[in-house]
Design a protein around this ligand. Structure first.
Ligand SMILES: [Zn+2]
Ligand SMILES: [Zn+2]
Length: 148
């Protein structure tokens, strides 16, 4: 098995990274060295990012997103309210997407916070900056479609 980035033998550790290959697959098999160099691998959690985008290479470490949620859990309700005010349509869609993990309002706020945290990491920005952009743009799609 050869690394799809450097072409060398991968060795024992194969890392699937969220890098687009010709044909549009958002997954490449890489050696650990290339994975770390790609920016699509979290050294803190020692795991590859999860890919989100299709055309664009949007990826984030889900455990980093969970860390962000923990840091901001105390204001999950406020952030959720800001999304609801800034982009009510997105808020409704997100709520619907997340129903499988929602039992109460607190869960709902945390689920929305997780989504926004992953998005902030995808854009290599902070949660507050993402929310600021969201308030200006009025829609998650307008932010999503911006190149990294
Ligand atoms: Zn390699
Ligand atoms: Zn991480």
């Amino acid at each position: 098995m050869n690394c799809q980035l450097c072409g060398n033998d991968i060795g024992k550790v194969i890392v699937i990274i969220a890098k687009t290959r010709p044909g549009g697959y958002l997954a490449s098999m890489a050696c650990l060295k290339c994975a770390k160099k790609s920016g699509l691998y979290c050294e803190k959690h020692e795991r590859p990012h999860t890919g989100f985008g299709r055309q664009m290479e949007m990826s984030a470490c889900l455990l980093c997103a969970v860390d962000l949620v923990d840091e901001n859990r105390h204001r999950a309700g406020i952030i959720s309210g800001m999304l609801q005010d800034a982009a009510p349509e997105d808020f409704a869609i997100l709520r619907q997407e997340q129903t499988w993990m929602i039992n109460n309002e607190e869960d709902e706020n945390v689920a929305i916070l997780l989504h926004l945290s992953a998005m902030a990491l995808c854009h290599k920005t902070t949660l507050d900056e993402l929310i600021r952009q969201l308030v200006v743009a009025g829609s998650l799609d307008k932010i999503k479609n911006q190149p990294l």
